[in-house]
Design a protein around this ligand. Structure first.
Ligand SMILES: [Zn+2]
Ligand SMILES: [Zn+2]
Length: 271
């Protein structure tokens, strides 16, 4: 399977927000998505990242608060849809999308893929359908980023009953062939999921289960200053401990925290 990691834009945050023992220097936290070619189901995406839709969706209050809280550096060239031609693809070639969670930085480009089938956890969707206005915003959700009629293409994942991943628990085998296994990564956001790709070089897409590879290596949590936007701090710590245990047991697996600067430097395809 071809798996290509793409950068979709930057959010700048102080290092100590991401790693509580970190410095005050600003980190470039890229929003990385995975472009995956499944042998039968064709091309798909794990998360869709930033797009210019993020700018228009955050023009007015209360949504402008999002951009004040997380200063963004976006450019049209980094939108996934504009990177696809480099691989001989267009939006119409993307047949499926897995959303790790509903946070704006992971879903902003959803409207660019009007034909894709969309997969997300039922738990994440339940929250998404319950919140609006300021209650959505404080959970990192901007409802207008979800295009009209997207429900008709939505496949909710209710059960994780397939073969477990060490320390991380049971999985949901996305297409029933053992190649793409979804796993629950609770804590950071309600119903967050990651994806294990059983490739020649195995990959675990960890979404925001951790924000930095060092967080996993050394079990360093984010600073409590950001806990206001965390769904469940205790579950977040448990998820981090499980990712650490998995990383120790399977050093050959590339673990990809979506926003990790180390992963960006070593693994992400640049134009
Ligand atoms: Zn998030
Ligand atoms: Zn994120």
């Amino acid at each position: 399977m071809q798996v290509i990691l793409l950068d979709t834009g930057i959010c700048r945050v102080p290092e100590f927000h991401v790693l509580r023992d970190g410095s005050r220097r600003m980190l470039d936290c890229h929003a990385v998505v995975a472009l995956i070619e499944h042998p039968q189901r064709g091309w798909g995406l794990f998360d869709v990242g930033y797009s210019q839709a993020m700018i228009s969706a955050t023009q007015q209050l209360p949504w402008s608060l999002y951009r004040q809280a997380t200063p963004l550096q976006l450019s049209p060239e980094l939108e996934v849809v504009n990177q696809l031609p480099r691989y001989g693809l267009s939006a119409a070639d993307i047949g499926w999308i897995v959303l790790s969670h509903a946070h704006a930085d992971h879903v902003a480009a959803l409207a660019d893929f009007p034909q894709a089938q969309i997969y997300m956890s039922a738990v994440a969707f339940e929250l998404l359908s319950q919140v609006q206005g300021i209650n959505a915003l404080r959970r990192g959700i901007i409802p207008s980023l979800f295009p009209q009629g997207w429900h008709q293409r939505l496949h909710l994942i209710y059960e994780f009953r397939d073969q477990p991943l060490f320390a991380l628990g049971n999985t949901h085998d996305l297409f029933g062939d053992g190649l793409l296994k979804l796993v629950e990564l609770p804590g950071h956001a309600r119903g967050q999921i990651g994806m294990y790709i059983a490739n020649s070089r195995p990959i675990l897409l960890a979404a925001d289960g951790a924000w930095h590879s060092r967080a996993i290596r050394e079990q360093v949590l984010p600073h409590p200053i950001i806990y206001f936007m965390i769904d469940d701090a205790k579950a977040m710590a448990t998820t981090l401990a499980r990712l650490s245990a998995f990383a120790q047991a399977y050093p050959e697996v590339l673990i990809v925290p979506c926003h990790c600067p180390e992963i960006y430097a070593s693994e992400v395809a640049t134009a």
